[in-house]
Design a protein. Structure first.
Lengths: 283, 283
């Protein structure tokens, strides 16, 4: 068997076309979706991410602003910025680029974002609403994975789904989304014993560990759908996933590549939720 | 093997003694923990529950008030009651007895309770904080189960835990609590295929299905810890659990009985969180 490759790039392109039309329709109603990205400090990876988000927003016709602040900004100053942006009707989405400098409490900052504008889906009330089955904003990476599963017509109900990794931004919300679609969901992690055996029970295997090429074919049930959330650099600086794709693609039924798999979907869902947030203003 | 019986009754008695002392200490600091229970309509089961809560609160020295309202009360009127109680410093815990009459949106009411006073742990922001690993108020039944596991020195880290049932008040928060203690957690439910096989993988099996005696010994791994959340009536009106205890106790290592297992712990944790909430006022 050779796995069907699930292209996040392709689906992103499709969704971009739909979103462009949505934005045009909103503008006809005098609403321009707006996204503000707050960047504190000079972290170079963060700068690249922020640039990519700005570029994508511009392509879609979303009003996009990046507010840059110096590394030595205080927590109180940043809270005042958030407060101003919460009230600014031009922005339907507020994104604070992480990581923040160490002297600023990220939790406090994220909790200060108005939940409706929390297009990252990180606010505890948005997490709570997701868990109790009334989602409003959803963390973008697991949301993008659900869109990919849907696009490739993967049956979820009654399937065994195993999520490896339990971060607040991927693993935990991922488990909730799969549960909402009636999968039997297992959350595995660094303390899980016999991880390969647990993973091998999965019809749908979501891997978000952050260790390059850790998942070999011994972790994969023949025919399984394997979603690789990893973004690691190998010794040559090449971008690689958590899944050893060359051997896993011989076993899996479906596989997301790295790059061009889950990665592009995360930024796509960020834009998607910004537009959703703008639409809600019309109601 | 005959299972060790995990007595929620016994642990409740122990915790009651501790709580009585806590309340005395608080009163010395001029704080009397207060719990208000809001009861709408004439549901007879609800009246019994409310009476039991009031009785327990009184035993512990907690200031306890039951506010009763007629079935035909409007949603707006109930929201005004909640608003008043949110502001009333005599009450550190507010509990709205469910179910509410059909013309009132329970979600809207529960979301209106000030999160600090949400001693039931049902507010979405409390659920969200639990999920992201910063719990403040925790749904009482799973919280009580964690206390029972701790009391009986059950090792959780690295163990396979299976939670059957995915309600917002038991299954989902239960899964999060077990995950926080480093179990590998599976959530199973009515759409799970081959439930017996899934359950039989569990070192710790939490059963919250609501179907009397459904879990036979074929669902239980020898030596497993089995927690029975069920409260059902058999054809003779006798209270029975979801677990067929006569045969499961021959296989399991530990088992909670019904009654006197999980049941008493729920009300105990309600009191516990009311006291915690009062303590926070001192800080």
């Amino acid at each position: 068997m050779v796995a069907t490759i699930m292209s996040g790039k392709l689906l992103s392109d499709e969704l971009n076309e739909e979103m462009k039309l949505e934005v045009i329709k909103l503008k006809e109603k005098n609403v321009t979706p707006g996204l503000v990205v707050v960047l504190v400090g000079e972290d170079s990876a963060s700068q690249t991410y922020v640039r990519n988000k700005e570029k994508r927003a511009n392509t879609l016709g979303i009003h996009s602003v990046v507010e840059k602040y110096p590394e030595k900004m205080t927590e109180m100053e940043l809270l005042r910025v958030i407060d101003r942006l919460n009230k600014d009707d031009h922005f339907h989405g507020i994104l604070v680029q992480l990581p923040l400098p160490k002297h600023i409490d990220s939790t406090k900052i994220l909790n200060a974002i108005r939940p409706e504008k929390d297009v990252d889906g990180f606010h505890p009330i948005n997490m709570g609403k997701l868990v109790i089955g009334q989602p409003e904003r959803i963390p973008c990476t697991p949301y993008g994975i659900m869109k990919l599963l849907q696009r490739y017509e993967i049956d979820i109900e009654g399937k065994n789904a195993v999520v490896i990794g339990r971060s607040n931004i991927v693993g935990k919300p991922m488990a909730q989304l799969l549960l909402m679609k009636n999968a039997t969901v297992t959350i595995a992690h660094s303390k899980t014993k016999n991880l390969a055996a647990v993973a091998k029970e999965a019809d749908i295997l979501i891997v978000a560990i952050g260790r390059g090429h850790m998942i070999t074919k011994d972790f994969v049930k023949p025919g399984a759908v394997v979603i690789d959330v990893g973004m690691n650099r190998d010794e040559n600086g090449k971008l690689i996933g958590d899944v050893k794709s060359d051997e896993v693609q011989e076993v899996a039924g479906h596989l997301t590549p790295v790059p061009k798999g889950v990665g592009p979907m995360t930024i796509t869902m960020l834009m998607y939720q910004t537009i959703e947030s703008a639409k809600e203003l019309l109601n």
